[in-house]
Design a protein around this ligand. Structure first.
Ligand code: AHG
Length: 344
């Protein structure tokens, strides 16, 4: 892979160079997907700039509006949403967009682009005010019909995750990273703020077969299904041979929790609860793209009973339970849930 040389004589590969060189790996390559990914890279650098100065300027706070889920929309969410819309509508590669912050699909006027992009512009917004990691998630599909009818456009977006052609996330943490897949493995890029470029830092990421962390909001323990409670007890038991007990880590930002799980292995779970039988996370904006990335890295993603990416969506903002991480841990979670699907 060709790269560029820094002033210190280091060879580095930028996100743009990598995308262009990998273009040929993609079945339908015509340069448009590469362009689209570069647009996401650009939008995320702009979002990153605002995230970094969130405590300094009057961008932090609440707009007073609620999103379609009845949650407060913070200003930074609205900013990130608009930046992604701007970046993805400009290039002409996308004809339909959908955002977790908007109730309906967003047709791109007069665009005939091949792609449909769904995104969660700012995941983990409750963590913004306390300097804790937040993220952006995106999911890309190919458009299969060219009808302009709004009903057909809505149908076009409701595809199972197994039809994604690319997916990725940006994690705004102690450093900013962009991690993406186009179906040929997973690669991670760290933003070098001194030159404003994402540089290849984590080539061909693979999730460890086993990890030492589990991640879930254990505050809802009494609302969990019996199988989930038994699985937690299993993870907490001592057993040297299987590396138990696992330690608990929970950030409350899906991107950050899944990023750690990708690097260290283990399992992240946002299960069904008695009050929220479909869990909290959105299939189209959060679960499918994360499932694609983790599967591409050798892991698994399930709703507790079957593969996330095989779920046929019925609604844009549909929620599903999520169990994602090292393949063995997800299999074990499924085996517990199948034995105890009731809430008692
Ligand atoms: P939000 O963007 O509204 O803060 O939601 C974050 C999501 C997801 O990132 C995280 O995994 C989950 O909500 C945390 O929810 P709980 O607070 O219920 O644990």
């Amino acid at each position: 892979m060709s790269g560029m040389e820094t002033s210190e004589g280091r060879q580095v590969v930028t996100l743009e160079q990598f995308i262009i060189e990998r273009q040929a790996d993609f079945e339908f390559a015509s340069g448009e997907l590469s362009h689209l990914l570069r647009d996401v890279g650009l939008a995320s650098r702009i979002i990153n700039r605002e995230v970094n100065k969130a405590g300094l300027v009057d961008i932090l706070g609440i707009t007073g509006k609620e999103n379609v889920h009845g949650e407060e929309v913070k200003k930074l969410d609205a900013f990130a949403h608009q930046e992604l819309i701007n970046a993805l509508s400009r290039g002409g590669e996308c004809s339909i967009l959908a955002s977790e912050e908007h109730d309906d699909i967003i047709p791109v006027t007069s665009a005939t682009g091949k792609y449909v992009v769904l995104f969660d512009p700012l995941d983990g917004s409750s963590n913004i005010d306390v300097n804790v990691t937040i993220g952006t998630i995106f999911s890309v599909y190919r458009r299969t019909n060219t009808s302009k009818d709004i009903g057909d456009l809505r149908e076009e977006v409701l595809k199972p995750g197994n039809q994604q052609v690319a997916a990725g996330y940006v994690v705004y943490g102690s450093s900013t990273m962009l991690v993406y897949t186009t179906g040929n493995g997973v690669n991670g890029f760290t933003l070098d703020p001194s030159i404003g470029e994402f540089l290849l830092s984590h080539p061909d990421m693979r999730i460890p077969e086993r990890g030492k962390y589990y991640s879930t909001n254990q505050g809802y323990y009494h609302l969990f299904q019996d199988g989930m409670k038994q699985f937690l007890a299993h993870l907490q038991e001592e057993d040297k041979a299987t590396g138990r007990p696992y330690s608990l880590r929970y950030i409350g930002t899906l991107v950050a929790d899944v990023h750690r799980t990708l690097l260290y292995g283990g399992i992240f779970m946002y299960p069904a609860t008695r009050k929220a039988p479909d869990g909290k996370l959105r299939l189209m904006y959060e679960c499918n793209p994360m499932a694609y990335l983790i599967e591409q890295a050798g892991g698994k993603a399930s709703d507790g009973f079957g593969r996330i990416m095989d779920i046929k969506p019925t609604e844009l903002h549909q929620r599903v339970p999520l169990f994602i991480g090292s393949a063995g841990a997800v299999d074990t979670a499924e085996s517990f849930l199948k034995k105890g699907p009731e809430f008692s």
